[in-house]
Ligand binder design. Structure first.
Ligand SMILES: Nc1nc2c(ncn2[C@@H]2O[C@H](COP(=O)(O)OP(=O)(O)OP(=O)(O)O)[C@@H](O)[C@H]2O)c(=O)[nH]1
Ligand SMILES: [Mg+2]
Length: 163
């Protein structure tokens, strides 16, 4: 890892809000928005400054058909964000993605997204996903930019504590 550059990848089920999350968090037009008819078919990419860090922020495709991209995107990542869709709840793909991220042995944060229409209790999400107390679980709304910077700051804190 170069001194002040961090690679962060957003994962999550189809339609959870990953593309919206990186758009709103960065506040920029994405360098790459890899979609067809509003479904991500490759990946999204944007760079943003946060504190002393230059963040290389990627969002993965949620559609199962494109899950072969996950490993490519995860290569060299410093941390991950797993987006849960509050309107759907925990799905098998979320369990799969937790295992996937754990395999890479990097810090991660859970964002329980679409909090503007449906609010799930972080405690219940933690129980359902069977994750330890140190993993931050944060309610977010990508669409109204609620808690997005908070998610990134929590992730950066965990990454820098680990380094
Ligand atoms: N109400 C609400 N809608 C959201 C939120 N985040 C995203 N959406 C909506 O959910 C839909 C899917 O958003 P995307 O950002 O494309 O989701 P995605 O996870 O990137 O989708 P794939 O990459 O195809 O898996 C869009 O209609 C968004 O406007 C949110 O926090 N609240
Ligand atoms: Mg997308």
């Amino acid at each position: 890892m170069s001194e002040d550059m961090l690679k962060v990848v957003v994962f999550g089920a189809l339609n959870a809000g990953k593309t919206t999350f990186v758009e709103k968090l960065s506040g920029q037009k994405l360098f790459l928005k890899g979609e067809f008819e509003s479904i991500t078919t490759s990946f999204d990419f944007v760079q943003m400054k946060q504190g002393n860090f230059l963040i290389h922020l990627f969002a993965s495709p949620g559609h199962r058909r494109f899950s072969f991209m996950w490993d490519t995107l995860a290569t060299g990542m410093d941390g991950a964000i797993l987006l849960i869709d509050s309107t759907v709840g925990i799905t098998p793909v979320d369990h799969e993605l937790i295992k996937f991220i754990l395999n890479y042995d990097v810090p991660y944060v859970i964002a329980v997204n679409k909090n503007d229409i449906c609010s799930l209790k972080p405690m219940n999400i933690r129980k359902e996903l069977d994750i330890s107390d140190e993993i931050p679980v944060i309610n977010t709304s990508a669409i109204i930019n609620q808690n997005l910077v908070n998610v990134l700051d929590n992730l950066i804190r965990t990454i820098t504590e680990k380094i």
